[in-house]
Design a protein around this ligand. Structure first.
Ligand code: THU
Length: 136
């Protein structure tokens, strides 16, 4: 697994908690914050952003990843997700992580206190996945 220093891990957790507070989730009342470490070694955050036309909203993980990629990064190195209960990323977010992350990329879930609920990897959370190489 890609090794994260304690300092970077804590910075990712702090950023995920910050973005959780920025969630726009008036319909579900389920606030999610995400932070990704990108290949420029910067941290990019995202919050879930809902919409009155429900399917038009987007999960925090994808907001954070698209934030990182639209700042010209090509890879993500780690993902932290913060929710009130350590909730797990949905399948669509796992697939987007798969596009930009290596199989051993750490995925860390924390609760709203910032306590770690689960530490896994991309491959652990999305085994037998489909990715860019399958199209070659
Ligand atoms: N949500 C996320 O932001 N990430 C996930 O992986 C699971 C679900 C959001 C979507 C919606 O705004 C709310 O949580 C309830 O589903």
């Amino acid at each position: 697994m890609t090794m994260l220093t304690d300092e970077i891990k804590q910075a990712l957790i702090d950023q995920a908690l910050l973005y959780q507070k920025r969630a726009y989730a008036p319909y579900s009342n389920y606030a999610v914050g995400a932070a990704v470490l990108a290949d420029d070694m910067q941290i990019y955050g995202g919050a879930n952003i809902e919409n009155s036309a429900y399917p038009s909203g987007l999960c925090a993980e994808r907001v954070a990843i698209f934030h990182a990629i639209s700042e010209a990064n090509k890879k993500i190195l780690a993902v932290v997700v913060a929710t009130k209960n350590g909730g797990s990323p949905c399948g669509s977010c796992r697939q987007v992580m798969r596009e930009f992350g290596a199989p051993d990329m750490p995925i860390i879930l924390v609760d709203e206190e910032g306590d770690i609920v689960l530490e896994s990897t991309l491959e652990g959370m999305l085994p037998y996945s489909f990715g860019p190489e399958d199209l070659i």
